[in-house]
Write a protein that binds this ligand. Structure first.
Ligand code: SF4
Ligand code: MG
Length: 323
């Protein structure tokens, strides 16, 4: 299938803090990231907090402006479009946030919230009322919920409202930035199931951002692993989870509990050395080298490039990937 989104060497540097008349050097939150999202698929984007995955998501929907690189959405370069030029694309490119309450206007009813993106497309009158009613039902809420306000809902219900708003205009791509990590575990599975059902019914593609590798495994077709602003491994879910090639991916996966207690006892846990370094002062060469048990001399001086490794076009950025 063809890509809906193509990202090429995307980078975002936050300006450094001011010190008197000087400015400290900036922080590279996203550094040379390239990938694509295919029509109707889910690409999981995983990594520890602060690795740049949320910033990447915000760049893609142009809530932030990239410093360098290029974003193609359905064949159109949207990297430098202004807000006015972006408006017609908003219906095709949506985002769901981690905290549903923070992203829903507390002074608007559910009806007003879900209707807003449709109104912006010129939908009105009886058609608007009908589509809004269909949308609340599509996400598992009832028509009587339409006249209520966000605070009258639980976190899981509020996220359903956010999902209805994001899908109202039938977008081709939704960036879902940790959409379940603020919810109770029992509710998480329901929301994940809802997102999956909507993908089957509407053909929408997701960039699903999460730090929870189990959730990402469940619903992704492909997975990208980020570390300090860079993608270190990307490929089909089966390959990345079944035979991780980057030492960081291996370490992340070794921390995910296994359902089978015997397997859990038998397996080797890889403990990462130290904390993630600050993106304000990244290590030289491979930025993972201070925490990598396999690091050699070359790792300290030379950054490994993302190169194809293994079947299914899996790519890995490591001088000594797992065979
Ligand atoms: Fe470890 Fe070297 Fe690979 Fe980096 S390039 S992950 S330091 S082996
Ligand atoms: Mg985040």
């Amino acid at each position: 299938t063809s890509p809906v989104l193509k990202v090429h060497e995307l980078g975002m540097t936050f300006p450094g803090a001011r010190e008197g008349l000087r400015r400290r050097s900036g922080v590279k939150a996203v550094d040379g990231v390239s990938f694509e999202v295919r029509a109707g698929e889910t690409l999981g984007l995983v990594g520890e907090s602060g690795c740049g995955k949320s910033t990447t998501g915000r760049l893609l929907v142009r809530l932030l402006d990239p410093t360098v690189g290029r974003i193609d959405f359905r064949g159109q370069d949207i990297t430098r479009l202004g807000q006015r030029e972006l408006r017609p694309l908003r219906s095709e490119l949506q985002i769901i946030f981690q905290d549903p309450f923070a992203s829903l206007n507390p002074r608007r009813t559910v009806r007003q919230i879900i209707a807003a993106p449709l109104r912006a497309q010129g939908v009105s009158g009886e058609q608007l009322r009908r589509e809004v009613r269909e949308l609340v039902q599509l996400v598992g809420l009832a028509p009587e919920h339409l006249e209520r306000y966000p605070y009258q809902f639980s976190g899981g219900q509020a996220q359903r409202i956010g999902i209805a708003r994001a899908l109202a205009t039938r977008p081709a791509l939704v960036v879902a930035d940790e959409p379940v990590s603020a919810l109770d575990v029992s509710i998480q599975a329901q929301i994940v199931g809802l997102l999956e059902r909507l993908q089957r019914e509407l053909g929408v593609a997701y960039l699903f951002i999460a730090h929870d590798l189990a959730v990402v495994k469940h619903l992704s077709h492909r997975v990208a692993v980020m570390y300090l602003g860079r993608i270190v491994e990307i490929g089909d879910k089966e390959q990345v989870y079944g035979a991780p090639a980057h030492p960081y991916t291996k370490a992340l996966l070794s921390a995910v509990p296994l359902p089978d207690p015997a397997a859990e006892r038998a397996r080797e846990r890889i403990v990462l050395l130290g904390d993630p370094p600050s993106p304000a002062d990244p290590p030289t060469g491979c930025t993972f080298h201070p925490r990598c048990a396999k690091a050699q001399q070359i790792c300290r001086s030379q950054a490994p490039l993302l190169t194809i490794n293994g079947p299914g076009q899996r790519q890995v950025a490591c001088h000594f990937p797992e065979a």
